[in-house]
Design a protein around this ligand. Sequence first.
Ligand code: 4AD
Ligand code: MG
Length: 481
Amino acid sequence: MKTNIHQLLTQTPLDTEVVVKGWVRNRRGSKQVAFLTLNDGSTPHTIQIVVNFDTIAEEILKGITTGACLKVVGKLIASQGQQAKEVVAQSIEVYGLADGETYPLQPRKHSLEFIRENAHLRARTATFGAVFRIRHSLAFAVHEYFNKEGFYYVNTPIITASDAEGAGQMFRVTTLDLQQPPQTEEGQLDFAEDFFGRSTNLTVSGQLEAELLALGLGKVYTFGPTFRAENSNTTRHLSEFWMIEPEMAFYNIQDNMDLAEDFVKYVIRYALQHNPEDLQFLEKRLLDEEKNKKQEERSPMPLVEKLNFVLDHSFERITYTEAINILLNSKPHKKKKFTYEVKWGIDLQSEHERYLVEKHFKKPVIIVDYPKAIKAFYMKSNDQEEVGKETVRAMDVLFPGIGEIIGGSQREENYEKLTERMTAMNISLEEMWWYLDTRRFGTAPHSGFGLGFERLVQFVTGMTNIRDVIPFPRTPKNADF
Ligand code: 4AD
Ligand code: MG
């Protein structure tokens, strides 16, 4: 019976006959004996296979190099070498060789850029094995958390006709003939001829639909792909990413913040409990990588300590106005080190967010009550504001090294206030009739937020580029694999 390598290393008793299947990471040896290390994706570690040429014909070993896939039958024994256990091969079957000349992944260390160009093979590397196992655990923990908290998992459409959210540029979905598109009498593209009889796009968020479901089911969440066609080439933006959006009837902004903090801590704790070896591996990798960096560019804490630190401290909660005041009194502001101007009303830039989180508070921060003018139409207005300084009940959760990881708000449930705001922002009330119906019929206070799943995976794995935490990244000018 085949055992996975994780089980072999941690559970299987010595002197058991075992069957191992996996890919060769490394081969070395002498005239009498060869040592192969195998990995099968179940662990960051490898198992060493000892091949004696008096048991296994040297012929079979020919051509076995890094990347080959094998089935090995043998005996698990205590190792003479560094590892605790190894397998002495009794027979070897080759499933597939990997030509040593052309196989891109060699035992030496490759740069992440190089591995990214070979993303089709990167699941076979130690680093990406660890990242994708942690990604799985976090996804699983998301469902576990909401299920235990009484939320229902709902699926919102990927193709949408509404573009009211205003969260970003959208990708058009069309079956029109782009060579000869149908035109209206006014010479415009005639979307009446298109597949859905109207203009459609890929969704930028499932929130508006999640609101409809929450105002009936109570507490719901989505976890699905989200698309934004902005031309942002940064280490924190993808054109296709996964977002988790809980939406809760009867939650105010305080409840929303409490939920966000409890939820993120739960999933991080889950990864610490379920992926200790992967995290240790990635921590070591980061420390090696940072050896060549200047002190100020290094992470202030090793990975696992950083994660525990987040669990052990409550997130700082401040208003936008307080954040601006801290920035105005900060050294970088006084020494004119910020690139972007600081004043009440600005959209906080990443340099401002990083200062607050990494330098000032040194822990996750939740900022609430943002200026109305820079936020979406659906956010609930705060009462009795100074004219020109109106705010809404928006919240952003900021994480060290990442910046914004969560964005959310209490929603405007008042029909008059909502429609007034939409009109002011040129959002069609007619097109949004279905959304407005929730406020016309049995409206209720409610709140929700969106967590960028890849940014969470980045934080937990310590990977600095978001392209390295999703198996097949989509970014401007890049849709390979
Ligand atoms: O702040 P955003 O745009 O919020 C919304 O879309 C709301 N509808 C959420 C809600 O209230 N239900 O996006 C939410 C999160 C961000 O905080 C960020 O973590 C992530 O989604 N995000 C991205 N992640 C990767 N690549 C991008 N281009 C992202 N844009 C946003
Ligand atoms: Mg946001």
